[in-house]
Write a protein that binds this ligand. Structure first.
Ligand code: LER
Ligand code: MN
Length: 269
């Protein structure tokens, strides 16, 4: 399987990124470590230099399997589940910009944190309805660009619903479009799923992308997740996409990134 690692553009920073800031230098480091791809986290695509990013990615002959969007939730409060219609509209508008950005690389667009929370005093079914509508609008826009969108179940300490693969599949069914897939992240799954392997098998062909981090969100191999067993489940469902490391920069960014590719190559081939 191909290996990628998440890096952020200078306008997007969050904790679980081995490489933050200065994109060009980081893309070079990623390429030199032997990764096939680089996953890019962007807060606001209108604030990044797309040509420069394309240039540096091409120079190092890397692919961009996916684009992360969660910063806009953390920094600006954008959310597809907001009871405020104007917030939801701004969120969809931002995600359309993300689709346009992603189309430069034929990358998938991740709907992770930006799905948002069931806010205080709001019923889950109402939030879920707004979310379904918003995801559908993004998916339709992505379909026009020949792209897929990825629903990422995220653990309960970061958002208060769509924490499990089962909930992500419920959402995907409600949206009812063929270009919506699940992004499974081993760090979140270790917290939320009864069995990481069974949930991967339940999602089956709907697994569109994989994030790996160990139980402590350090590089795979530095915690207690059984990655050989995860590999077995992915093999069983015929997954052939990217294994993308989304890890803390610990003990330091270079060691983390080096250890991650080592484990990915060793375990996932
Ligand atoms: C995003 O891919 C993710 O996994 C979240 O935990 C971001 O905070
Ligand atoms: Mn993730």
């Amino acid at each position: 399987l191909r290996a990628a690692i998440v890096v952020s553009t200078p306008d997007a920073e969050f904790d679980a990124l081995a490489f933050k800031g200065e994109l060009s230098r980081n893309v070079e480091r990623v390429a030199r470590l032997g990764y096939d791809g680089v996953e890019i986290a962007v807060r606001d695509p209108s604030r990044v230099n797309v040509e420069e990013i394309k240039h540096v990615v091409d120079t190092w002959e890397l692919e961009v399997p996916a684009v992360g969007t969660g910063q806009a939730f953390l920094v600006e409060g954008l959310s597809l589940s907001s009871p405020d219609n104007s917030v939801r509209k701004r969120t969809v508008d931002r995600l359309k910009l993300q689709v346009e950005f992603a189309s430069n690389f034929a990358a998938a667009v991740i709907l992770g944190l930006i799905r948002g929370n069931v806010e205080r005093g709001i019923k889950r079914e109402d939030a879920f309805g707004w979310l379904t509508e918003g995801v559908r609008m993004c998916a339709e826009y992505a379909l026009g660009a020949g792209l897929t969108v990825l629903i990422e179940p995220i653990n309960r300490y970061e958002v208060n619903y769509i924490n499990t693969v089962a909930e992500a599949l419920e959402l995907i069914d409600a949206v009812g479009m063929q270009n919506v897939y699940v992004l499974v992240d081993t760090f979140h799954m270790n917290i939320e799923e009864r069995s990481i392997e069974d949930s991967i098998k339940m999602a089956g062909k709907r697994v569109g992308h994989v994030h790996v981090a160990d139980s402590n969100r350090w590089a795979p191999g530095l915690g207690h997740i059984d990655f050989a067993s995860v590999k077995g489940a992915l093999e069983e469902i015929g997954y052939s996409g990217y294994i993308s490391a989304e890890i803390l920069p610990k003990p330091d960014p270079d060691t983390a990134a080096r250890r991650a590719i080592q484990t990915i190559r060793q375990v996932f081939g």
